[in-house]
Design a protein around this ligand. Structure first.
Ligand code: GTP
Ligand code: MG
Length: 400
């Protein structure tokens, strides 16, 4: 009996470890949680926890090994001394800059695509071998097996046995991909007197940077009153990083001591934002806690506390995804959707080695709005998502 129980525990542990891998980058050292977490707190306990965490300084936090990866490369001294790049003056200029960075970033996968399609069209007529190879190509570009199969099936429907050219394949794919992306390419909206936006995602995906970029744009370009809340209370560097962005954007920051309850930060920031007539409040969250259960408990509690203030809060829950993690991003969406009501996605790092097909895969599987894409670390590098431009870049075609 005891043996059975042990085996069951081992299985549970294995399942837990497998799930945690989704929220932790591979190769990171394990870190211990600074505090025990209780996800199911009564109101009284919650109150108590607020009191406790507000005064409790995590004495042993300095000894907690913070993973190298999570120590925020962009916010090191070197980066911070660099002045933030000024936003591009002209809309057109900004758009072509975005496109060239996107196309440049996607060139790795689009080059493979282009070459792959060239290799594919060895015969004139479209046959099953060509369709199979095309499916392989799409999977290699991170579109995922389901989306790849669907695209190839649609593609083959009217064309099977007919003459086909390389250009025709690329144009047809661009059109099909645009059709998948168009319904989800929806810009962020800030419809409420005070729009409250919770930003989540695993560590290092670009949550804090994204908040900084958007805050800057809203505050400096659109003249909206923005406030930032440092809900990642796990590491001092996380608060500092957001503080720097708040200074760049010229907007206030609500922060508490390290180890404070993230939900308390959310609570206070909302009260303050209301009192100060703020238009948009962004709440940053931790990407890494000890395990998925801790992360879930923290996010759920933030939402619960906000909902007590106003049932409609938070108005948006943005999930930030790093495109370079490929199909793992799909698992991250599933994981976070289980925890919180994700309302939209932001996909970052499309300027890097990402195979942009992951964006198509996400759009096809979840249908969640993709509000913006990140193509670099600077302020102007976060741009609204354009379905057709993206699709054409992906298959190696120029803008239509
Ligand atoms: N190349 C590139 N780098 C980006 C992009 N967006 C963010 N980054 C970089 O990714 C790294 C991590 O960004 P953060 O904003 O700190 O990520 P985070 O999700 O807040 O991380 P945690 O707070 O650890 O959970 C930084 O070096 C950013 O500059 C992007 O679109 N392209
Ligand atoms: Mg962060």
């Amino acid at each position: 009996m005891i043996f059975w129980r042990k085996k069951k525990n081992a299985e549970e542990q294995e399942a837990q470890d497998a799930e945690d891998k989704i929220i932790h980058h591979p190769g990171e050292p394990e870190i211990e949680p600074p505090v025990e977490y209780d996800a199911d707190l009564t109101e009284d306990q919650e109150h108590e926890l607020f009191e406790e965490t507000e005064t409790e300084v995590l004495e042993d936090l300095d000894e907690t090994p913070v993973p190298e990866h999570a120590s925020h490369p962009p916010m090191d001294d070197e980066q911070e001394t660099k002045p933030a790049k000024k936003p591009d003056a002209e809309e057109g200029e900004s758009k072509s800059g975005w496109l060239s960075r996107l196309t440049g970033g996607l060139s790795k996968s689009s080059a493979k695509f282009t070459q792959g399609i060239t290799d594919l069209v060895t015969k004139k007529k479209l046959d099953q071998d060509m369709l199979d190879e095309l499916e392989e190509l799409l999977i290699t570009a991170d579109l995922g097996p389901k989306t790849a199969a669907r695209l190839v099936e649609e593609f083959g429907q009217d064309r099977f046995g007919k003459d086909i050219s390389e250009e025709e394949i690329r144009e047809a794919l661009a059109q099909q991909i645009t059709a998948i992306l168009e319904p989800v390419a929806r810009p962020m909206t800030y419809d409420h007197d005070l729009s409250v936006i919770l930003v989540c995602g695993v560590n290092g995906v670009g949550k804090t940077t994204t908040i900084g970029k958007v805050a800057h744009e809203l505050q400096s370009r659109d003249g909206r009153k923005v406030m930032l809340a440092a809900g990642d209370t796990f590491r001092a560097a996380a608060v500092e990083q957001l503080e720097i962005w708040s200074q760049r954007a010229g907007c206030p920051l609500v922060k508490k001591e390290i180890g404070a309850d993230a939900a308390a930060v959310a609570y206070e920031s909302y009260e303050k934002a209301k009192a100060e007539g703020t238009d948009v409040l962004f709440i940053d969250t931790a990407g890494r806690l000890h395990n998925k259960a801790n992360l879930m408990a923290e996010l759920e509690k933030i939402v619960r506390v906000l909902k007590k203030q106003d049932e409609s809060l938070p108005h948006n829950v943005l999930l930030v995804l790093d495109a370079t993690t490929g199909q793992n991003a799909v698992e991250q969406v599933r994981t976070f959707k289980d925890m919180v009501n994700v309302t939209g996605l932001i996909v970052t790092k499309l300027d890097g080695s990402a195979k942009g097909g992951i964006v198509v895969s996400l759009a096809d599987q979840f249908g969640l709005p993709i509000h913006m894409v990140g193509v670099g670390e600077q302020i102007g590098d976060l741009q609204p998502f354009n379905a057709s431009d993206f699709a054409r870049s992906l298959v190696g075609l120029s803008r239509s």
